[in-house]
Every structure is written in structure tokens, then in C-alpha cells.
Design a protein around this ligand. Sequence first.
Ligand code: SAH
Ligand code: SF4
Length: 363
Amino acid sequence: MTTHPSISLHDLDLAGLREQLSADGINPHHAAALWRVLHRDGVATREGLLATGFLPPLHRWIEENVGEGLRFTLDLPELVEEIPSRDGLTHKFLLRLNDGQTIETVLMGYEGRHTVCLSTQAGCAMGCVFCATGQMGFVRHLRPGEIVAQVHHARRVLRALDPTKRVRNLVLMGMGEPLHNYDSVMQALGIISDTRGIAIGPARIAISTVGVVPAIRRLAEEGRPYRLAVSLHGSSEEERAALVPAAKRWSLAELIAACRDYGRDTGKRIFFEWTLIEGKNDSPETAVRLATLLEGMDAHVNLIPLNPTQGFEGIESGTAAARRFQSILREAGFPCTFRQRRGIDVDAGCGMLKAARERRVVN
Ligand code: SAH
Ligand code: SF4
């Protein structure tokens, strides 16, 4: 018997599934039924698929091809740890992938809207000094199916908590740099936003990037319909490079130029994220310089309180400095809001649960 390297059914979009069935001599019409069960209903086991009552050709195809050691696998990451926050509104999951890597996914339920925060890589190559994931270094990219499976996990949990609720929004703000894993992320978002399956509208999906300039330009050229958030954290080259090493590769000047072009070509607002760190990037001069950089753009500035991490000694800005920073941007005409610190008691920052667990295991 020949062995095939298996791929996951969750990696395929509907067109890919059709192609696959048709290549195997199955009428591609069967793809829609399989897709609905996989993505609308969230069935993610061979047994579940076989119990669905598919028509005989599809049933047989699944029997022969889907499962461990067969041509197609399914992405069903194992839950290593689940921590609800004290307020019960945030659930953080540490999930184990097939090769043993662990990633984080967060389900947040504020103001009646449920948002899921997804990881796109195991670790991250960008090395932002204040970020727990950056402190781990890069391990590997996630496949599309591994990104999609995080949404399915969160949907299952939410359904068990309250069957009337749906996941409405997605943010790619978990572990990893989404635009460093461009193709897999775009494939995953295509699957997630497909109206015949999970159906989260593209306008409700935000990609957060450290500022991979060529990929920002590519998003605009390809007319990708998602929201864009850019993590800035510094308004001069030196200030930014001290916090975000990737700024040495793509300068602040290049990044702002790419954002201006993106705004002009897509007509869309850009969200700028700014983690406030005392004495590093929270002075009134920095805020004035930021307002000058963004002049004329349709920009929203999101201020994030620093979550403490093991590998970084900086501390969060005091309330007075944070308010002053906000009011300078507002006076310059930019919407500027504070991100709620969601469930700090569950190591809410990106990569922090994994880091905390590793410390517990080591100690
Ligand atoms: N790699 C992408 C998305 C993941 S990080 C990016 O950098 O945008 C999501 C956001 O969390 C970024 O704005 C990042 O700067 C911020 N962040 C990371 N670690 C943090 C910490 N310890 N405290 C506060 N914000 C943090
Ligand atoms: Fe990577 Fe984003 Fe963390 Fe920077 S902040 S190290 S880009 S995950």
C-alpha cells in the first residue's frame, strides 16, 4: 500500500473540497453537504462525519479517506487548559496541535458580542520586547486548518454555555504575526467568512500586524475585505525600534507610507494599536509626533495597557500620562480609545498563558 502524506480537510476551501472529490471520481455536488457539516455544524471527528447520514458515495469516501493514517485528517486540537476569568466573560484556551505545539485562543464576551482572538503562528519571529510570544521566538506557521479549528473550538464552548449566542467578531491578535503567514491566514479567513459555513462577515474580522510593509500593500492590491490594525508603539524611528525590532527591517517612514496608500486605495479606516509603557512611549511629545504622523488619515488609535511579562522590565503608564496621551490625539481629531484589560487574572496577554504554564512546569 502506498502511503500519502495526509492533509487536513479543514485546510480546504469549498472549491478545494470540490476538486478533491471530483479527482476521486465523486460528484462534486457532494462537497456542499460535507462543507456544511464540517463548518456550519462544526463536526470534527471521523465518527461524527460517519454518523451524519451522508449519501452512500460520500459516506464511503469518508470511510476510506478520512481519519488517522488515511489521506485526510481533521483538525481537532486538544484542550490542555481552559481558564475562565473571574468575571466569567473571558475564556482562555491553551490548545495542543497534532505535533505537540501549543497555542492560545481566547473567547471574549463583552457587551453581548462574542469575539474570538486567534493565533496564527506557534511563537513569533518579530521579537517585540514586551510580548510574551515574541520572547519565545518563532516555532512554526499554523496551517489554515489549525487557524479555522480555533474558531470551531470557541464556537463549541459558546454553544455549550449559551446556545442562543454566536461568535460575531474575530481578531487576529493571539500568538504570531498574521502577515508573516500570509497565504495560510488568507486561506483560513476565506473559509471562516464563507456564508455557507462559519459565516463571520469580513468586516467583523480584524487582522493585527506589527507592520509587514509588503504584505500591507498586498492586502490592498488584492482587495482583501478585512479590517486592518497596525501595531505602532513608537512615533520616531528610534522609539519604535527599541520596542519593535521588526522596525529595523521596515522603517516607520515606510510603514506610514504603506498605511497612507492603503487608506487611500481601499477607502478604509486603519486602527493603530499602541501599548503604553511608562517612560518609553507615553510622553506628550510622543503623542504630538504621532498625531503629526497620522495627519490626514482615517485613523483610530487604540491604547493598550501593558501586561507585565517575565522578559520585560517596563511598566504600564500611569493614569495621568495615559489620559494626557489620549487627549492630545483626540484634540488632533483622532478617535482614541482604551482597550479594556480583559481578564488580566487569566494571563490575558498574547502568549502569556503558554509562558505561565511553562514556568509552572519548570518550577
Ligand atoms: N503580531 C500581531 C498580532 C498579535 S499581538 C501584532 O503585533 O499586531 C496583538 C497586540 O497585542 C499587538 O498590538 C501587540 O503589540 C500587543 N501586545 C503584545 N504583548 C503585549 C503586552 N505584554 N502588553 C500589552 N500589549 C501587548
Ligand atoms: Fe509577534 Fe505581535 Fe508579539 Fe510582536 S507583538 S512579537 S509581532 S505577536
